[in-house]
Design a protein around this ligand. Structure first.
Ligand code: PRP
Length: 206
């Protein structure tokens, strides 16, 4: 069996329907149960449902042969895995956001984010010194309460920014979900992985 790590939550729903269209997973993946392992005996794939930020960890360590993960996580954690396919779903943007009209002062810019490496690389490339404030979620709160000047975060619909009276100040890069593979699995389970990749590639809409 091929073991596949899938993200739960917002991205998961899109991945499940793409897999279903590709002939994998079936309707069982979309069932909102608390079960973390779903086996599909027809396509011979066992799915692990994990936190989006943990998908690449399962794949890196070989507990899962393949997985679907956001490019944001790949850029942030740079796991030693193969990136096989851009699925063109879960499309969002990595941005700098803050209060409308925010202009940096001469003080060191305080940046709150759950992507410290992406933020550091972005400002390093501009030779800008920053103070990084690493958070785990609800990043939009930081500039509102004065914890930071700006945030580096992903924006999908923009509704979280809008609800918190924040705006996009700078675009960093576009983000989408990727099919990834463990390096050893890619060699030893190549036929099954290629079959999955081909089936998913047919469902990618550009
Ligand atoms: C992400 C991101 C933003 C939000 C953007 O957070 O960090 O907060 O989604 O989406 P939107 O543009 O569609 O509003 P997530 O939902 O993962 O929750 P978190 O704050 O717990 O990280």
């Amino acid at each position: 069996m091929l073991n596949m790590a899938l993200p739960k939550g917002r991205l998961g729903d899109k991945v499940f329907s793409m897999l279903e269209r590709a002939g994998y997973g079936g309707a069982r993946l979309a069932e909102n149960s608390r079960c973390l392992v779903v086996e599909d005996e027809v396509s011979e794939v066992r799915y692990f449902l994990v936190k989006p930020s943990d998908v690449a960890i399962y794949v890196l360590h070989g507990a899962a042969d393949v997985g679907v993960v956001g490019k944001d996580i790949l850029l942030e954690t740079t796991p030693d895995v193969y990136e096989l396919l851009d699925l063109n779903i879960g499309i969002c943007r990595m941005v700098v956001a803050g209060r409308e009209g925010f202009t940096p002062s001469r003080r060191v810019l305080r940046v709150a984010t759950k992507y410290p490496n992406i933020a550091k690389n972005y400002y390093d490339a501009q030779n800008k010194e920053i103070e990084l404030i690493a958070l785990n979620g609800s990043i939009e709160l930081a500039p509102i309460v004065g914890l930071s000047d700006v945030i580096v975060d992903i924006v999908e619909t923009g509704s979280t920014l809008q609800a918190n009276q924040l705006v996009v100040l700078e675009e960093i890069m576009p983000i989408s979900a990727r099919l990834i593979s463990n390096i050893a699995s890619y060699k030893f389970k190549n036929a099954a992985i290629q079959q999955l990749k081909k089936a998913l590639a047919r469902e990618v809409t550009v």
